[in-house]
Design a binder for this molecule. Structure first.
Ligand code: ASP
Ligand code: MG
Length: 468
């Protein structure tokens, strides 16, 4: 028997397959790669299809039947048109359209059923949102066949991904998933078939469709990669890799050659390259290198993500997140009163408001939190209603703040970094409203006014020589 070829998982994000011409160029590239590797392709939904499905579920909730039909028609039309551009052969096109129509029929029945019941549950929502990847794998597999690749489209469930039943944010049950996925995909690879697996979803023990949460196709890629013993996993997007800063803000920002898993997790919270937060979980114990690279600029190898001990111990990038608000909570009633913080965060948690940064001064007379601007007034109202006059005396809101973060393993245990950061920022006359550094010491974050954020990013990029 000839030696097995090295296995490679390549994942394509929604923008990289948002048009027929993009799908064709991706397919041509993959056809070449399939000669050298045992290839598994994972893909997101085409373009903004998942956003459209989210919108459909919102319109259903609002009882807007006309709006729902219009959007379903738009999504169906897009896929129908793309199929025509992807497949030239008449019989094969009929076949592809037959499969697409069947899936759209299923989607339509689901929508009709839900409208009839006037009911939406996390379970039905996951089922609905999973359709984007049902459609996209059909298109990509058909395009690959046009380039002579024996490709087969599969959903996460069909590939063998078994998850818990937490709809909207499920996790794979790895032992069973490993057995099933390695068998299903391994058999296909042995027959020289290229599996095209839809990202983002799997199924629970009762065979109900679950999703991993938005952006979950990255997670599918690492789950699959770990199960089949991939030599590498590549996440293809529309940027060249992880960068030292946003190039729109910092002209001499550059692509990072190598970062650690832990750094990648910190970075993925910010910036243009968003990754699903659990992306690295399946590969944490192993040593599968992961690359973040561009689908259109394949001569650039992108950013290699490696286990933490192996990456260079330096500062990697400066990131920024706009559009946040800050609440300063004060009151001497908070001093030495156990449970104050629990009360405050409990109130916010009950309303599904998530807090991005927290700091409390040691006298315990104030707690400052940063949240999304959209949650700011809701949070303040809730805190006022439940705690004002008791523990809390005053709430001060600051609108339009940005979080700026310096990220890198090099922050760990390096004396003097904080003073360099604040000297660089204050040297530009920028006021810092709040500072946090987690115990991981991978991320030094601080808050400034939105208007000052770009200047702060540029100052730090320069101070730490990140362009070099
Ligand atoms: N299509 C899903 C989303 O847009 C999953 C993904 O793109 O990774 O969130
Ligand atoms: Mg997407």
């Amino acid at each position: 028997m000839p030696p097995a070829r090295p296995r490679l998982v390549i994942k394509y994000g929604g923008t990289t397959i948002s048009s027929a011409s993009r799908i064709l160029s991706v397919s041509e590239y993959l056809a070449g790669m399939s000669k050298r590797y045992g290839l598994v392709v994972v893909c997101s939904a085409v373009g903004n299809t998942t956003d459209d499905l989210v919108r459909i579920s919102e319109l259903m909730r609002a009882g807007d039947r006309a709006g729902v039909s219009e959007l379903v028609r738009k999504v169906a039309g897009l896929h129908h048109d793309m199929s025509g551009e992807l497949v030239a052969d008449h019989t094969k096109l009929e076949e592809l359209r037959g499969s697409l129509d069947a899936a759209f029929g299923e989607l339509q029945s689901l929508i009709d059923g839900l409208l009839l019941l006037g009911e939406e549950t996390p379970r039905s929502r996951d089922y609905l949102l999973s359709f984007g990847e049902r459609f996209s794998v059909m298109l990509l597999a058909a395009a690959l066949r046009r380039y002579g690749v024996d490709a087969v489209g599969l959903s996460g469930r069909e590939a063998g991904i078994l998850t818990d039943s937490r709809f909207g944010g499920s996790k794979p049950l790895m032992d069973t998933t490993r057995l099933r996925v390695s068998k299903t995909l391994g058999d296909m690879l042995e027959r020289n078939v290229v599996p095209v697996v839809g990202g983002y979803s799997g199924a629970d023990q009762h065979d109900r469709i679950t999703t991993f949460g938005r952006g979950g196709s990255d997670y599918t890629a690492t789950i699959v990669g770990s199960c089949i013993g991939a030599e590498q996993i590549w996440l293809m997007g529309n940027v060249d890799g992880m960068m030292t800063a946003d190039p729109d803000m910092v002209p001499d920002a550059r692509v990072l050659e190598e970062i650690s898993y832990a750094e990648a997790v910190e970075m993925s919270m910010f910036g243009s390259k968003q990754l699903h937060s659990r992306t690295f979980e399946p590969v944490l114990d192993g040593d599968t290198p992961l690359r973040i690279r561009s689908s259109s600029n394949v001569s650039n190898e992108g950013t290699l993500v490696v286990p933490s001990g192996r990456a260079k111990n330096t500062i990697k990038c400066v990131s920024m997140m706009r559009g946040n608000g800050l609440i300063d909570i004060r009151g001497f009633g908070m001093v030495g009163a156990p449970g104050t913080a629990a009360g405050i965060f409990g109130t916010l948690a009950e309303r599904g408001i998530s807090v991005m940064m927290i700091s409390q001064n040691p006298s315990e007379s104030s707690i400052t939190i940063v949240l999304k601007k959209a949650d700011l007034y809701r949070a303040a109202d809730a805190l006022e209603a439940e705690h004002h006059g008791r523990t809390i005396k005053r709430l001060d809101l600051t609108l339009d703040v940005a979080i700026v973060a310096l990220i890198g393993e090099g922050l760990r245990g390096t004396v003097g970094t904080a003073s360099r950061v604040f000297a660089a920022v204050s040297g530009r006359g920028i006021n810092v409203a709040m500072i946090t550094q987690g115990s991981s010491e991978l991320n030094l974050a601080f808050v400034v006014r939105d208007a000052d954020a770009e200047a702060a990013v540029r100052a730090l990029h320069k101070e730490f020589g990140l362009a070099a």
